[in-house]
Design a protein. Sequence first.
Length: 127
Amino acid sequence: MTMPNERMRALSWGRDFLELLAEEQKLDPAIREQARSLLPTYPRLDQLARLVADDALCLSADAAVAIRRAYMHFMRLNRDDGCSDVVLCTRLLTMRHFPGTEDIDRWSRPVPGFRLSDWLWLEGRYK
């Protein structure tokens, strides 16, 4: 079972992974460009932390779309794209607790009785 702090970490690692993909010269240029295009709207850890601290009801539409697209981008990567062992290993670690499309869609709109802080916690917070 994935804990909320693990989800937060996975989302943070997702951004780091996009940055790695954007700079990895051995990758197919289309892979690098897709990663670069997602970075402006993919939320940073401080933005996610602010949403949790502010007791937000859901992710912003831009953030949800970027996370969903990043998920799809990560899932399509394979060795044929020029992925090194390091890139493939990083993908596995990132995806271990990364939210799937159903979760991302659910957390992109307000749901009665639900807050984003039910889904994401900062490191060190345990109930």
